[in-house]
Every structure is written in C-alpha cells, then in structure tokens.
Design a protein around this ligand. Sequence first.
Ligand code: FAD
Length: 457
Amino acid sequence: MPTRSLLASIVGERYVLDDEESFLVYGRDEYPRAFSKPRAVVLPANAQEVSEVVHACYRHGIPITPRGRGTGLSGGALPLHNSVVVSLERMEKILEINEEDHLVVTQPGVIVKNLHDAVEAHDLFYPPDPASLESCSIGGNVAENAGGPRAVKYGVTRHYLLGLEVVMPGGQLCRLGGRVLKNTTGYDLPHLFVGSEGTLGIITSITLRLIPRPRLTCDLLIPFASLDKASRAVNRILMDLGIIPAVLEFMDAHSVAAAERMTGQTFPFSEAEGHLLIQLDGSSETEIEKQAAALGELCLTLGADDVFIAQNSATRDRLWAARRAVLEACETTRPATELHDISVPRSRIPDLVRQLQTLTAPLGVDVACFGHAGDGNVHVALMSDDPSSFEEQLEVLNRTVAHTALALGGTISGEHGTGAVKKTHLDQALSPLEMKLMRSLKAAIDPQGLMNPGKIF
Ligand SMILES: Cc1cc2nc3c(=O)[nH]c(=O)nc-3n(C[C@H](O)[C@H](O)[C@H](O)COP(=O)(O)OP(=O)(O)OC[C@H]3O[C@@H](n4cnc5c(N)ncnc54)[C@H](O)[C@@H]3O)c2cc1C
C-alpha cells in the first residue's frame, strides 16, 4: 500500500501532507545547514493514532522521525533515511493541573510558554525556560532535556519529570513512572527517554512536577571591562553570598553587538567586554533588595564598571529581549555562522573563551560567547563575512571547538543535543564502553532501527 494511503487510513486524508511546500517546512529544523526530504508527514490527533501510525510503519519497515515544533538546533527532527515525519503539533492540550499534588499532565505538542502561563495562573511554577519557549514544544524539551537560564538554580527538564506515556518502536503504548515525587521501583525508565532525541519512542503524554511560583524578581545587568573579571565574579557570587540567583547569564561584546544589530536597540554599557545578566527571585521584597545590594557591592569590589538594576518591567523586558535575541542574532546578522553549545566546568569559561579566540583568529573568524555562566553551558557562535572560506574551514573549526571543550573537562553539548550534527564528535566525548552501552540500549528498544534513524550515533 502507498505510504499516503496507509497513514490516511489512520488519521484521515487531511492530516497526511506530501506536497513540496510541506516538505520544505518539515524537512528541516532550526539547524540552518541541513535539509532532508521526508517520505510523508503525518499529524496524529492522539496517542492511539500515534500508536497505530507507528505500528503500521513498523510492519512495513518504514523509518519514523518524531517532531515537536522543529526548533531543534542539532538536526534531531531531520527526516533522514526517507522517513515519515510524525508531528505532534496537534496534541496540544494540557490535560490536568493539580494544585494539591503540584503537578501537570500535558500532551507533548503544547508550546512551553503556554504551559508556563497555564500553571502560573494557579500560582505554580515550571522553571525550565529555553530561550525558544514561545515556539518549542514540551515533548521536544523532554526529548532534548532542554535547559535555559534558570537551570543554575532550578535545574533542567529532567529534574521535573515524573512520568511519561510513550509509543514504543513497535507501536505499543507504554506508561513509565507515575505521579509520585519519590520512586525507586525498578530501573528509572522515564528518565531514559529524557534526552533520547526521539530515538527510543514517541512521547505522547508527560507528567511534570511543579513548585510554588516565586512572586518577585529583580534583574541586574553588570558590565565588566574584561570577561575574566566577569567570570571571577560569577564564582564569587555563588561562593560568597550564600544565594543562588535564579539566572546568571553572560554575554561577551561580540554577542551584545550582534543583538544590537538585530534588534536595532542599544544595550546599556555595550562597550564592556563581559556582561552579567542576573535575576534574583523570591517572595520577600526586603530579602531580594538585600540580596541585590550585596550582589552589586560584591561585583563593584571585583571590578564591575557599574551595576544597573532594571527598575520597571519595560527595562526588564528590554534586557531579556536582547539576551533571547543573541542566538538568532549571531546566526542571522553575519553572512556565515555556526553555533555550538558546549559545557565546561564554570571556572574554565575564561580559558575557553581565550583559547577559542586565539585558535580561530588566524582563520579570520570571530567568536561570540554567551549563555549560562552559572552552569558553564556556553553558546559559541563562529562568525565570518566570507562564506566560501568559512565553509572550507568549517570541519576544522568544529573540531577545534569540540577539542577545546573536551580538553577543559567539558562536553560537546549542554542542552541542544547530539542529533544529526554533533554525532561526528560523539566518540571523542564518550568512552568506548559508554558508546557500546548506548548502542546496546538502542538495539534492545528499537532492534529494527526505525525510530529516528541517523541521530546520535
Ligand atoms: C532561537 C532558539 C533558542 C533556543 N534556546 C534554547 C535554550 O535556551 N535551551 C535549550 O535547551 N534549547 C534551546 N533551543 C533549542 C530547541 O528549542 C530545543 O531543543 C527544544 O527542546 C526543541 O523542541 P521542539 O518542540 O522544537 O523539538 P523538535 O526540534 O521538533 O525536535 C527535537 C528532537 O526531539 C524529538 N522529539 C520531539 N518531540 C518528540 C516527542 N513527542 N517524542 C519523542 N521525540 C520527540 C525529535 O525527534 C528531535 O530529535 C533554542 C532554539 C532556538 C531556535
């Protein structure tokens, strides 16, 4: 039977797409250099339809690529090997918000910002906040173990997962974990699916833990003349003050310049080499004011040029809009760019930045570094005005970034995943035994290799 008829018999004609325009949309994610034409795109309405689609593909040996909202940056949702894209975008209902047990049960296609707004209306809080939260799905966040600025205090997606419903590669619907905070019943299978990038099954329902919503926030922008000074300040804030800020981000001068180019707005103190963007949160105004004063004083003694406190929501929004724009700005405001998402122990951030600048300067490439100073997850944008020589050098440049991160005790991806893009460096980041264990897990769960082929390995 042709693939279209097979899929349409489950979801209806309207929800199978096989026109060129749809292929252009679903044949890529936000990693800009890759495209792969899907065999077809199918949009199931519920878990039962997902299960039937997967079972039908399994019987016919057709590979599948699960897709949330296609905002991934590592080519995870690329339909390689002529696979069928199973898009979860129609499954966008929040099924339950439970105030007593502090949990939410949601379908995978819900946009993360909508989930935030819905639980916050109940005075509850789901902290993971990827910069893409207005467009990415919660299913994609689980599949990538997404993080965000608040990870330094509140952790990443993994830390909120209680249970999942998953369609396994043969089509069986399977419940993993549950609704309890503590659970040591057998292997921790739900967490095996966190960060599995659609290679083990399709997530059709997610149960997440929530916490009480902090009522107040205070945002500070602190410019430093050098990135070294800014980095030292990060460690001292965490060690000396006895507080963990909700957000502790940094941006170097190249990142700020890119954000300014894209937004057309000037950033305060934009000439500084290193900026810290910090958010304090809590429920007592006096306590937050005390913390902000102590933090500002400490940074000034450590060489900060100034301490700028956002006094109103307009200023706060402007600062955060600039921070959220940096990634896209680095990618779009220069003719040739490549983005990395590496992690190093946070004390090594200055070494990382310095070494990358030294290694890439002879190649005529600029490096912008920004991201999550509090947890050592650094986004590195390689940027050039000469696309043809950049393409020629790209392999060397990518290897340089990966090697530098690994040599500093770090790793090649902090939150964007391995996908189709980072897999070339995976065997340098993991030991042979780790690789073997991971391959065995994949083979045990998906012996036919039909679930998101060509990813991770
Ligand atoms: C401007 C911008 C900023 C970003 N900022 C951040 C950030 O701060 N932090 C961060 O972590 N990421 C960030 N990202 C990356 C991206 O948004 C995340 O990886 C996000 O989790 C992807 O969600 P998605 O719904 O778009 O998933 P997709 O891109 O559609 O898919 C991502 C992967 O998940 C799999 N998948 C999706 N849904 C399911 C499912 N239901 N079941 C099984 N597998 C599934 C896919 O097969 C694929 O491998 C950013 C991206 C952009 C473009």
